[in-house]
Design a protein around this ligand. Sequence first.
Ligand code: OXD
Ligand code: MN
Length: 595
Amino acid sequence: MTSDSPANNNVASRALVEWVAESARLTQPANIVWCNGSSAERERLLGEAVKSGVLIRLNQRKRPGCYLHRSNPNDVARTEQVTFVCTPSAHEAGVTNNWMAPDEAYRKLQKMLEGSMRGRTMYVIPYVMGPVGSPYAKIGVEITDSIYVALSMGIMTRMGDSALSMLGDSDHFNRGLHCTLDLNPERRFICHFPQDNTIWSVGSGYGGNALLSKKCFALRIASWLGRNEGWLAEHMLIVGVRNPEGHTRYIAAAFPSACGKTNLAMLLPPPALRGWKVFTVGDDIAWLRVGPDGRLWAINPENGYFGVAPGTSARSNPNAMRMLGHDSIFTNVGMTPDGDVWWEGMDVEPPSDLLDWHGRKWQAGGGERAAHPNSRFTTPITNNPVLSPHVEDPCGVPISAIVFGGRRATTAPLVLEAKDWLHGVFIGATMGSETTAAAAGKVGVVRRDPMAMLPFAGYNMGDYWRHWLAMESRITEPPRIFMVNWFRKADNGAFLWPGYGENLRVLKWMLDRIDGQVAGRPTFLGTVPEPAEIDLSGLEIAPEQLSHALAVKTGEWKAEMASAGELFDRIGPSVPEELRRLHRELSSSLESGAT
Ligand code: OXD
Ligand code: MN
């Protein structure tokens, strides 16, 4: 075994050195590599990954610095059924999480981890979530036996020596231990120990299960830390919207996985909306704190994007297509004969002799997809041509609006404004969305997904809502809260709203509401736009199509409230009484037809 501490001996934290040694005693790796985050190290690891077949070097003329990874076909998405929150009591985790007692989880996984890295390399990956040195940033260290994870963490986080310097001699860091084992789904567990600031993940190499900085630390553990420390860790993109007068406002928007967060975060304005511009701060996770000025401020803790490839095209997300031109890792997409990538919805004809995501010859029209529906790209934020100049600001950006969105073929209007903070929390808490390929299981089934955090809230959902409500008293200038739905369909199954860049028209309406320039139309659920208030310049959309997109229908919301009530009942007494009251009031006015 080599290297109990990094080559340059730059670890001041005894706690870190001891934890690495303890993990090595358990897993018995052949050698230990401390990642320093340098470009020479990256080149070396890329070379090794290619040599061992973990990565395929893509056409370097067409996509310099780009690689393809093909995962085990049984390991292509998050596995919520084997994801556990291991709090001392089941109540702390709540019914929306799987729970295992910490002792039992440690014992069970310890058995699997014993000697699990024999003959393999252990990578020690120190990383910072948030701008290095920011008072809002947090430090984690991931130990893994996967070179794919090490390389991906180098894109997704600020990784290496900068994290060690920021850690100094502190023992305050998230401890993430990851081992791929034999990728047997029977031996796949993702366990969170919030009280110990620890994560143990075994049996999967998939991003959401194995890049422990992301869902495990920045959402599940961080949401728990946020509750204790008075802030929020949310499944939200952060976008800056600059109007033609040069004034930029920031919007944080929660959508479930694979519902277009990356597209919205780097949207290209339609030509008719001249002078508008959008800047990305983050595309998946926001850490929100109350600033000294009483406003809510957001940082993006990540340093890269782990986006869904299928559907990404020059039409849906031209900025993403540009950023994927270099230094990116693609996972489970198709490969062209000249070593380029291809996926469904790229809006480019597939060449003949395409290889599918398994590496097999692909037959157009043969019924099989070339790219897995949850195939991904991993790319550094600095590749983004519309990256916000404020992404490294230590205190982040001030948030003017919070948006809760879902994927709904019916029921949810294109946009609606909540009446106030409490009502906005109610809208977020009762949100539903159709399931997607980002998680294993059936796709297209409506499930309640409060604040798009169903799989990510690291503690009892009722307590999480209580924390949201409690934040109000600390925010003197609260952001306005909206609901959106880009995915409503006409009876013939066609989308009612064109989506993508055109969504800026909806963001503009929100900003107009904030500026007091439009009155909207009150409904029983909140305020929707009068059709004339949405800037439709340069867009052909039939008036009846737009009114259908904006409709809030009593019958549909009766069913919606019945389903939300079932979730409240399942969660039980921890649901805050204020939310129950709003639910009772809305349900009874819908029943009595008083709406
Ligand atoms: C993601 C997800 O990968 O939400 O961001 O699954
Ligand atoms: Mn996500």
